[in-house]
Write a protein that binds this ligand. Structure first.
Ligand SMILES: O=P(O)(O)OC[C@H]1O[C@](O)(COP(=O)(O)O)[C@@H](O)[C@@H]1O
Ligand SMILES: [Mg+2]
Ligand SMILES: [Mg+2]
Length: 289
């Protein structure tokens, strides 16, 4: 599978080559450091290390004007301003689910290629995807043309599915947050889903969303009573994941509308995230009305 846009291909190739190294570099970096990221969360040593590695490599690519990640406060300007040129802005969650490092469970790396200066609406994404560090390392890449899945080995990517499509019949679900902290409307909706689908929740967005893409169903990290804006970050998690799932034939929502239509106010905005089969996301939005 070739990616038509050479800058997107360069970004994807850089991330796929780095993934093998990131996976290997997790060994010995499972602890936390005495620092917080801009969202106020304690950083893992690996979060900061993976961010540095990706920032160095992505920022130097031709056609990349900005690099931003959930691990650093500000955007790095590294070329032409995406607002005034053909350059793209790359937003990254270097390690998604890094609290899973301690228990040695699934994690990922998420990226979005925005044709706009950050923060930007998801509608300006021209590509997005993720690496999944599971028993094997895979990469899902969505562009305007298609969603494809690859296996990564030694920095090379080998195609496994050139047309990833959300299965029509939903099978699995995963909802984040503590049940008593859910809103009454969401809890009522979740109770129905629990009777229809099978629970799959691993504590890393990427692992859980990849199950939804594989089997059909829904993943949600909802608005909480204690935190109405939810937990996940719009630029680094919500938008890229929303883009992938929408391109694969599903829907994304912040509870009211497509994640891709949400206007950001700040680089580190949080948002409720819901993705999956369109019929389920339609039902969710109705339940929250
Ligand atoms: O621990 P919780 O509340 O279940 O949260 C899990 C969610 O938080 C995250 O770990 C947040 O991502 P980061 O690890 O990149 O901060 C998601 O991957 C996951 O869906
Ligand atoms: Mg994350
Ligand atoms: Mg992260």
């Amino acid at each position: 599978m070739t990616i038509k846009d050479p800058v997107v291909e360069d970004v994807v190739a850089t991330i796929s080559r780095s993934a093998t190294e990131i996976r290997q570099g997790l060994i010995g970096r499972r602890g936390t450091i005495d620092e917080e990221n801009p969202s106020g969360e304690t950083q893992a040593e690996a979060d900061v290390w993976a961010d540095g590695l990706l920032a160095d490599r992505i920022a130097e690519l031709d056609g990349v004007g900005q690099y931003a990640s959930e691990e650093r406060t500000d955007v790095i300007d590294c070329g032409d301003d995406p607002a005034e040129s053909d350059a793209y802005a790359i937003a990254v969650d270097p390690l998604d689910g890094s609290s899973n490092l301690k228990s040695n469970n699934t994690m990922g790396t998420i990226f979005g290629v925005y044709d706009a200066a950050l923060p930007a609406r998801g509608e300006t994404l021209i590509a997005a995807g993720y690496v999944l560090y599971g028993p094997i390392t895979t990469m899902v890449i969505a562009t305007d043309e298609t969603v494809a899945e690859y296996e990564l080995s030694g920095g090379e990517r080998a195609i496994v599915d050139s047309d990833v499509t959300l299965p029509g019949e939903p099978v699995v679900y995963g909802f984040g947050g503590r049940v008593p902290d859910w809103t009454d409307d969401f809890r009522e909706y979740a109770r129905e889903i629990e009777h229809e689908l099978k629970l799959r929740y691993g504590g890393a967005l990427i692992g859980d969303v990849n199950q939804v893409l594989t089997y059909g169903g829904t993943f949600g990290y909802p608005a909480l009573e204690s935190r109405p804006v939810g937990k996940l970050r719009l630029q680094f998690e919500g938008n890229p994941i929303g883009y992938v799932v929408e391109r694969a034939g599903g829907r994304s929502s912040n509870g009211e509308r497509s994640l891709l239509a949400v206007e950001p106010e700040d680089l580190h905005d949080r948002t409720p995230v819901h993705v999956g089969n369109a019929a389920l996301i339609d039902r969710l939005e109705k339940a929250l009305e």
